[in-house]
Write a protein that binds this ligand. Structure first.
Ligand SMILES: NC(=O)c1ccc[n+]([C@@H]2O[C@H](COP(=O)([O-])OP(=O)(O)OC[C@H]3O[C@@H](n4cnc5c(N)ncnc54)[C@H](OP(=O)(O)O)[C@@H]3O)[C@@H](O)[C@H]2O)c1
Length: 217
């Protein structure tokens, strides 16, 4: 039987609410927060993510997983104290036309490595960044369905990666291990993985190709 998780979501925009809806549907307990008081997103949460609870960001502490769904250019405004000690999913993408040019993301490292350094003591897992918020519900299929789509998962923390992979599975996707957090680069904005829909087999082949290229650099 699938484990029921306490999922905390920071960010109640397009991605945060889409992940929230899928997580509620999968039977998880979902709490959503922004930087503002819970009261400010209570109605929105009731209407857009029925079954989830709007909370203050501090109340996300103790979640099994916290999903970060904040625009990347705002990452420095995140209250990192809330996240300490938790498995955290980084859904964020860097896109200069929207985020503005940010020097720290122009260095060649994966964006998640930069975020990881900023966040401090968290078990960061990169995933859910390479599926459109509008696709998250429609592309969801049960395990074994031939149409099932895969999502890559990267982290330096094996336990957190496995927990997040199990969570992704409950959302209706095959989670494919991409390796360490640095491998998040292979499914960032603009990559073949980011731009397409892939089965688990196709995803593994693409990740292998990327790793061979990275090894040659
Ligand atoms: N668009 C997609 O299909 C897609 C898919 C996968 C991943 N992504 C990535 O997901 C991230 C979120 O995108 P989005 O489209 O969901 O953004 P969005 O619709 O603009 O929503 C952002 C949310 O983050 C909240 N927020 C902003 N600063 C915060 C802070 N310091 N602490 C807590 N909450 C904060 C905002 O609250 P306020 O309004 O109160 O500030 C808002 O609820 C981006 O990095 C994006 O690249 C996007």
């Amino acid at each position: 039987m699938t484990q029921q998780l306490n999922i905390g979501i920071l960010g109640a925009g397009r991605v945060g609410t889409a992940v929230g809806r899928q997580a509620v549907r999968a039977g998880h307990t979902v709490r959503i927060a922004t930087g503002k008081p819970a009261e400010d997103i209570k109605l929105l949460t009731e209407v857009i993510v029925p079954g989830a609870q709007a909370v203050n960001k501090e109340d996300l502490r103790g979640s099994d997983i916290i999903v970060l769904a904040v625009p990347l250019h705002k990452y420095r405004s995140i209250d990192t104290s809330v996240l300490q000690g938790h498995p955290v999913i980084d859904t964020m993408n860097y896109w200069a036309p929207v985020d503005g040019v940010m020097e720290e993301f122009e260095t060649g490292s994966s964006t998640s490595e930069v975020i990881n350094e900023f966040l401090g003591d968290v078990e960061l897992v990169k995933t859910l960044n390479h599926i459109g918020y509008g696709d998250l519900e429609v592309d969801s299929h049960p395990a074994g369905d031939p149409q099932r789509r895969a999502l890559a998962v990267a982290s330096d923390h094996e336990d957190a990666k496995q927990l997040v992979a199990a969570f992704v599975d409950t959302l209706g996707y095959d989670a494919v291990d991409a390796g360490p957090l640095a491998a998040g680069k292979t499914f960032e904005n603009g990559t073949e993985i980011f731009n397409g829909r892939h089965s688990a087999e196709q995803m593994r082949a693409l990740l292998d190709q990327c790793q061979n290229v990275l090894a040659e650099v």
